[in-house]
Design a protein around this ligand. Structure first.
Ligand SMILES: Cc1cc2nc3c(=O)[nH]c(=O)nc-3n(C[C@H](O)[C@H](O)[C@H](O)COP(=O)(O)O)c2cc1C
Length: 189
């Protein structure tokens, strides 16, 4: 399913991307809110101490404002996904419980899909390389929300994706590097 990422919630950005969204037949809008993207995230606990820092609500405020602006731009019928940097796994940083709490706030604000990432800058969980290495986070998030939860990270084989889905740890599985290595991964996985 093609979808358009909104770089931020400002009018020129949202409006021009909305036009692109429509012209390419995209059926979903996505707000990037992982640790190194402009919208910030629950993953910015350590460095985000200004106006939009502190409480979880404050740390998510920019993402929530962006999602609200995107909703205004796309209308009620287009689903909005948020790629959430849910936990940074650093001492004193954000935890998986923050991801669950944050996801609940996003759902309450009308977000239709929680697309999980984690780690501070990039998409890694220290000490973990197993398929679905953010699955303990997605499990906690799923326990708090009823919207679908997308889990990405370390999945290289379809069987691993199926296992994660059937264990109830996620509703959708994302595949990045395996597809980057092999464009025909879908047929051979
Ligand atoms: C070359 C490359 C570029 C990426 N760019 C983005 C990006 O722009 N936005 C994003 O949310 N994730 C990005 N990611 C992270 C992937 O979406 C994914 O979370 C990560 O690769 C882990 O999944 P994998 O183990 O299936 O590769 C990128 C990953 C790679 C390898």
């Amino acid at each position: 399913m093609p979808y358009t990422k909104y770089a931020c919630g400002c009018s020129p950005c949202s409006d021009s991307l909305l036009r692109r969204n429509r012209s390419c037949g995209s059926s979903c809008a996505a707000v990037p809110a992982q640790s190194r993207k402009g919208t910030g995230s629950v993953g910015l606990k350590i460095i985000n101490r200004l106006q939009y820092g502190g409480s979880l609500e404050n740390r998510l405020r920019f993402t929530l404002e962006t999602a609200a602006r995107v909703r205004e731009a796309v209308g009620p019928s287009v689903p909005i996904a948020v790629r959430l940097g849910g936990a940074d796994y650093l001492p004193g940083g954000s935890k998986e419980e923050d991801a669950a709490e944050g996801a609940a706030l996003l759902e309450a604000a009308g977000v239709d899909l929680i697309d999980l990432s984690g780690g501070m800058c990039f998409y890694f969980r220290p000490g973990h390389l197993e398929p679905g290495y953010f699955s303990s986070m997605s499990e906690k998030v799923k326990a708090r929300v009823s919207v679908p939860v997308l889990l990405t990270g370390g999945v290289q084989h379809a069987a691993d994706a199926e296992k994660l889905l059937s264990s109830g740890k996620a509703d959708l599985i994302g595949v990045g590097r395996a597809l980057l290595k092999d464009a025909h991964w879908r047929e051979t996985a």
